[in-house]
Design a protein around this ligand. Structure first.
Ligand code: FES
Length: 115
């Protein structure tokens, strides 16, 4: 697979996160400024919860269920209760569109599975 268009830039206001489904997985598109969008897996590594419901600040997203904050480059949690990273994916802004390559994971975090 390669990069695919997953959303229009206008669907993701600056400072917010937006859930999309790519390759059968829920991803969270996180818009940091006018031209910067990061893509991470949308499921928190702590419990089954959508990270796109959380808060965006300084290249992080905070899970709104228990408050773990994840770095959007490394996927690492900066505080408990989460202890595992979340997957980070290649993401580009092309003109007014957001493109993601779901097979190009930028860290080695396992895909969150909560059974
Ligand atoms: S579900 Fe995200 S920190 Fe608990």
């Amino acid at each position: 697979m390669a990069f695919e268009k997953v959303a229009d830039l206008e669907q993701v206001p600056v400072g917010s996160a937006y859930q999309v489904e790519v390759g059968g997985e829920p991803l969270s598109l996180v818009r940091l400024d006018e031209v910067t969008v990061k893509a991470v897996h949308d499921v928190c590594s702590h419990e089954e919860w959508s990270l796109s419901e959380g808060w965006v600040e300084d290249n992080t997203i905070e899970c709104d269920l228990h408050g773990s904050v994840f770095d959007l480059d490394t996927g690492q949690p900066e505080g408990l209760p989460a202890v595992k990273p979340i997957p980070v994916y290649a993401c580009e802004v092309r003109d007014t569109e957001i493109w993601v390559d779901p097979e190009k994971q930028l860290n080695d975090a396992p895909v969150p599975r909560h059974l």
